[in-house]
Design a protein around this ligand. Structure first.
Ligand code: ADP
Ligand code: MG
Length: 415
């Protein structure tokens, strides 16, 4: 699809260039033709005047003009009869009677194009007075084709140059459009993969819900009906969460999510978020503690920051086995404030570190474990990083000192 678009773009571009070149070509040729004819006319008139002057001086015929077919001349007397002509005159259709009559009528030089026996002929008719008061018309002519030869030569040079320019523009256009479209193609690919992943993630719980429903349908009085319904509700919750995440990502991508950038205190946000996870931590047998000063002036969005820390705590608690510890620490550094969430879990495989923020990425066996394992869809960190960046902050994941994972959120300082 993008290739067709590229081709259309290039064709349109080459088409516009072709029209511009054609206009340029015609303007150049027409201007050059006019100029060439003007110059040629001046030569014809000059020749005619020289012949008239020679005759006025009573000098005999100049044989040199007979040598070339390029020019021919004829001198007409006052009665319209031929007084003198050269060898080429006949082949050029001289005398041009009407042109001569026009020159006599106006009493001035007339230059125009006539139909000769072998095609168009440019004829200059110059009236001159001979001694004794008898008027004569000197006509000098040259074939139009010969006169316009420089114009044909110019056209012959311009046509291949124009075609070459068009070919170059087409090649260059294809090359440049390929480069320009590469990021679009990558974004398109990402979007396609995203839709495929999202559909897959939604299909899994839907299939489980359907299986449960079919069991209940076959036997509504099945002994563990309550358990099946609870399972269905859990899957629906999971789908709901996934759809919320997808919606949030769409709004983040579209720049439609309002994220505040105002002063707030990070310390109570950390303490409050940790408190919400206490019950889950103690149920999992994991020690959960928070270390932060009484107040940590930050700049950003308190609610979104709570969302980020929740995603980090959710991961930490999910990956930390019973008997382990999860620690949330808040501190100030170099004018910025930081919150780190460290755990004593297995840590993230260094090979997976560059990809943990990719959408739908889950390392190792979790995807295979499916929804039953209670894991997310691999959107948590992607959303958390987007939210951090929208607050002019940054989120990184690395190895903790004790071998577990350390997630670190940095936000602008509030003072
Ligand atoms: N604290 C952690 N310990 C070990 N692995 C982690 C931790 N946090 C994140 N990960 C890895 O990063 C992946 C992506 O995390 P996340 O985006 O939150 O997705 P999800 O929580 O849905 O699996 C996880 O599947 C896991 O492989
Ligand atoms: Mg997660």
């Amino acid at each position: 699809m993008l290739d067709r678009f590229r081709l259309r773009l290039t064709l349109g571009y080459v088409g516009i260039l072709a029209v511009i070149l054609l206009l340029f070509f015609f303007a150049t040729v027409v201007l050059f033709r006019d100029q060439t004819l003007d110059r040629q006319d001046a030569v014809l008139v000059h020749e005619a005047e020289q012949i008239a002057r020679r005759r006025a001086d009573g000098v005999g015929r100049d044989e040199t003009m007979d040598e070339s077919d390029a020019y021919g001349y004829v001198v007409l007397g006052g009665d319209g009869g031929e007084v003198e002509r050269d060898a080429s005159a006949a082949s050029l259709g001289l005398p041009a009677v009407e042109a001569a009559a026009a020159a006599v009528r106006r009493g001035e030089t007339v230059v125009r194009t006539e139909d000769g026996p072998e095609g168009g002929v440019r004829v200059a008719s110059v009236p001159a007075l001979r001694a004794g008061g008898e008027g004569e018309i000197t006509q000098v002519a040259t074939p139009l084709e010969l006169a316009l030869e420089p114009v044909s030569r110019l056209a012959l040079v311009l046509v291949p140059i124009g075609l070459g320019a068009l070919a170059l523009a087409a090649g260059g256009g294809l090359f440049l459009s390929r480069r320009a479209i590469r990021p679009v193609q990558a974004a398109f690919e990402r979007q396609r993969a995203f839709v495929a992943d999202a559909s897959h993630e939604l299909k899994t719980p839907l299939a489980l819900i359907k299986v449960d429903a079919e069991v209940l349908l076959r036997n509504p009085a099945v002994p563990d009906g309550g358990e099946i319904l609870r399972h269905q509700v859990a899957e629906i919750d999971r789908m709901n969460g996934l759809l919320s995440d997808l919606l949030l990502l769409a709004r983040l991508d579209g720049g439609k999510l309002a994220v505040a950038c105002e002063p707030f205190d990070l310390a109570p946000v950390l303490v409050g978020t940790v408190d919400r996870f206490r019950r889950r931590a103690s149920a999992a047998g994991v020690e959960l503690c928070v270390r932060a000063p009484a107040s940590l002036a930050a700049r950003g969005d308190a609610e979104r920051t709570c969302q980020i820390v929740s995603a980090l705590l959710d991961n930490a608690l999910r990956f930390t086995p019973a008997g382990g510890r999860v620690t949330v620490t808040g501190f100030r550094r170099k004018g910025r404030v930081e919150a780190s969430v460290t755990d004593t879990g297995p840590g993230v495989d260094p090979r997976h570190l560059p990809r943990v923020f990719d959408r739908f990425f889950r390392a190792g066996t979790e995807r295979a474990a499916g929804s039953g394992a209670g894991g997310g869809a691999g959107l948590g960190l992607a959303i958390a990083r987007d939210l951090s960046r929208r607050q002019a902050g940054e989120l990184t994941i690395g190895s903790g000192d004790g071998g577990g994972t350390e997630a670190r959120l940095v936000l602008p300082g509030g003072d």
